[in-house]
Design a protein around this ligand. Structure first.
Ligand SMILES: [Zn+2]
Length: 628
């Protein structure tokens, strides 16, 4: 995206922010004492002098890789001088996140009053539900404006938050405990503030994941129900293992302390957002108390933790922007997200959150998804990263043809193959762990961003194991060939295969997310959610369902004359194996009803990894815990 030229204050926007510190200190007070109405009330003070001033609302959100700032949720904005004189503002005509003001003489500061109308259901990341009667998750970038023309590391802000009475809270910010309901945090750079979200909740627990360590790591939990805070001894040990295994893998850390800010709720959005010294992790209420939910979501915290190294400390140059209103470039997200997906899953297994079998089931599910991506014929993997700015917000329909943020899953397959190739070429003496330690394991304790480019990746790989890594990586990024890059799985001693029994992981994903995944048989994903029961969430391009004329958004009412029942579909597919007639599906499309015929006789199909007869089981070596 090009930066818009401005009519009002061209020097402030679009030009690289200057390096000097912004004079004075911003103060920011957020009132979170009204969770039920989901209104976050803000008072902000910005030192300012007379003359033309441009203010930004954060637009490009770190970790979201998109211009996804919540400007449309800001209301009630009134700006005054410190002497109480109202200052009119005008929004930039090209950029909705930019305000222009003429500050009157004898002004020392601007006083901003506004509300963030915290989002309702349906959005992604920070645009999803962040407040319930029992929980509030605050992303500071949603509740502030800042002066244009400066790098955010050079703007100082002193934040505070008023919490509902008696609620617990956690953040990577340092500060004083609540006094009359207000937590006063120490002054930090604007960069550090936005990198340090706050969670607060009626039901709260704080668990030490590194007892006795010099560098503390905590698991901070908020939930809608006290019973959701019950962490078993085994789960506690697994997450302590995660901290130890990450340290053993990277050999250095990039935080002074680390907090997993974990929201357990059916009502909030479900995602993870990485930060240097914390992560904003939001999953289903029964994560710790339902084994399927734990299995389906167990990889989230390891993924976000890896980002402290890969994404925060080391960051692609195109994503290491000086402030939140300079566009981000996602071209290296196959490293930022793809390598994190690989390392996150490996650490999930090394820490024992997943068993070896569960790790392989996860890998099989990812490999099968990428192996059914006919869209690679028109869009290579590189283009999915290049278009990341919008791909997080596209619908999930036609995903096999459209391709979405495939650099996560396909990135995992590529980095697995890089790992296997290093192990093969070095006769087992070296592995991707050596690259990880060389690339991320420097500057212990520092969380000053260290940007990188493609050549830095290639250079470090070559230092670990000489190879034509540039050619190797470009070939996988730029290809339109099918199938998916499954060479790493083969080199690991396994093969992607399909049979009629879904794995425990495959079943758990469908149960928790409420869908039936028939992509590898009929070519469908069907909702099992009560309010969209039978709705086609996706149809695989060129599958039997596609050929028969089905499309996402239609609703499956009956299969072979019987009411749609997710529990019976496998029986029906098995019966159709020996039938000579097609499978009939009665579907509704808006106010039309239609019966389509699927000429499919392959039976149920679910992905697995099966052991190759020849070759060592290198996956076992990958997920073996490392000695501390
Ligand atoms: Zn990620």
């Amino acid at each position: 995206m090009a930066v818009a030229a401005l009519w009002f204050c061209p020097a402030a926007v679009g030009a690289a922010p200057s390096d000097p510190h912004y004079a004075g200190e911003l103060t920011l007070s957020v009132d979170l004492s009204d969770p039920g109405q989901k209104i976050f009330r803000v008072h902000e003070s910005i030192p300012a002098k007379a003359g033309a001033v441009t203010l930004y609302y954060p637009k490009w959100i770190p970790g979201e890789h998109s211009p996804s700032g919540t400007i449309s949720q800001v209301a009630g904005l009134v700006i005054s001088t410190d002497s109480g004189q109202r200052v009119e503002w005008r929004r930039d005509l090209d950029d909705m996140f930019t305000l222009h003001l003429a500050v009157p003489p004898a002004t020392a500061s601007l006083q901003l009053e506004f509300q963030l109308l915290s989002p309702g259901p349906g959005g992604a990341f920070g645009q999803s539900v962040s407040a319930t009667d029992d929980i509030e998750d605050l992303e500071w970038n949603q509740v502030l404006f800042y002066p244009a023309g400066y790098a955010v590391r050079n703007i100082t802000v002193r934040p505070s938050a008023r919490l509902p009475p008696g609620w617990g809270y956690a953040s990577a910010l340092a500060g004083n405990p609540a006094n009359a309901g207000v937590v006063q945090f120490d002054a930090v750079s604007l960069e550090q503030l936005v990198d340090s979200p706050l969670i607060t909740g009626r039901y709260f627990a704080r668990i030490d994941l590194a007892p006795g360590a010099d560098v503390p790591v905590h698991l901070d939990l908020v939930a809608d129900h006290a019973s959701d805070l019950q962490v078993s001894d085994a789960q506690l040990q697994q997450h302590r293992n995660l901290v130890a295994q990450a340290q053993a893998l990277f050999g250095a850390h990039h935080y002074q302390h680390y907090d997993f800010l974990f929201t357990l709720s059916q009502n909030t959005g479900h995602f993870g957002l990485e930060h240097s010294q914390s992560s904003d992790d939001r999953l289903f209420a029964r994560f710790f108390t339902d084994p399927d939910t734990y299995l389906a979501g167990g990889g989230l915290l390891p993924h976000e933790y890896v980002h402290s190294w890969n994404g925060k400390f080391r960051r692609p140059a195109g994503l290491a922007t000086p402030n939140y209103n300079v566009p981000m470039r996602g071209e290296l997200l196959w490293v930022y997200e793809g390598l994190t997906t690989y390392l996150g899953d490996v650490l999930t297994a090394r820490s024992g959150i997943w068993s070896a079998e569960q790790y392989r089931e996860q890998l099989a599910a990812i490999a099968a998804g990428m192996d059914h991506r006919p869209g690679r014929a028109w869009r290579n993997l590189q283009d999915t990263a290049d278009e990341a700015q919008v791909l997080y917000y596209v619908p999930g329909d036609w995903s096999s043809w459209r391709r979405g943020v495939d650099y996560y899953d396909e990135g995992e397959l590529i980095w697995l193959d890089v790992d296997m190739t290093i192990r093969e070429l070095s006769s087992g003496h070296r592995s991707l762990d050596d690259f990880v330690r060389a690339f991320f394991g420097t500057d212990n304790g520092s969380f000053i961003v260290k940007p990188y480019d493609f050549d830095d990746i290639v250079r470090t790989l070559n230092a670990v194991q000489p190879n034509d890594w540039a050619g190797y990586l470009r070939n996988r990024l730029d290809t339109h060939a099918t199938p998916a890059p499954l060479e790493g799985i083969a080199r690991s001693g396994w093969a992607l295969s399909y049979d009629d029994q879904p794995s425990a992981t495959f079943k758990a994903r469908g149960k928790v997310r409420k869908y039936l995944d028939l992509r590898y048989s009929l070519g469908l994903i069907v909702s099992t959610e009560a309010d969209s029961y039978g709705k086609l969430l996706d149809v695989l391009w060129n599958s039997p369902a596609f050929t028969a004329g089905l499309a996402p958004g239609m609703t499956v009412l009956a299969i072979n004359g019987r009411k749609f029942d997710p529990e019976r579909v496998d029986e029906q597919l098995t019966a159709a194996k020996s039938a000579t007639v097609p499978i009939d599906i009665l579907a509704q499309n808006f106010d039309s009803f239609t019966t389509v015929r699927l000429d499919y006789h392959g039976g149920p199909m679910y992905p697995h990894l099966t052991r190759l007869a020849a070759g060592a089981d290198r996956l076992a070596g990958v997920i073996a815990p490392k000695a501390p």
